[in-house]
Design a protein around this ligand. Sequence first.
Ligand code: SF4
Ligand code: SF4
Length: 143
Amino acid sequence: MVPVRTLAAEIEATLAPARAAFARLCPGLCPDCADPCCQRVSPHGLLDQTDVLYLAVRGWRGTPLAMPTAKGCPFLTPGGCGLPWQARPFACLRYLCRPIQRALAEAELAAITSAITRAAALRSRLMAAFLDGDGPAEPRGQP
Ligand code: SF4
Ligand code: SF4
């Protein structure tokens, strides 16, 4: 079984180009967006169990407290997303909106789409490895 730490590191490396593309494009696109995606998501936010497991395995600390809102993501602030890129939910990277798609060159869009598919598969393996007994702490001994 591939350890969760190895899988989480692979996820990080696989998603790095997508994070970089979003970090490059969002400051120019999102402030003028006519239909901001972050205002359309659940007020509970989009962090799921696999995201939390991934952050724990990577040893991530400092995720800000989610602030409940009347509408949209609890991490949305007047200045944009309150989460650093390393901690953003996978769902936020997987969503390639039309403005982002249009801004990406064809080859980069294809590479990011492929990387997101690969990351999704790695996330499934991460959760499976965790459920099989591996985890953020040292592997559990047999009872
Ligand atoms: S839909 Fe696209 S451009 Fe609009 S806020 Fe979301 S990521 Fe930004
Ligand atoms: S976590 Fe950030 S990028 Fe994702 S929906 Fe919330 S505010 Fe938007």
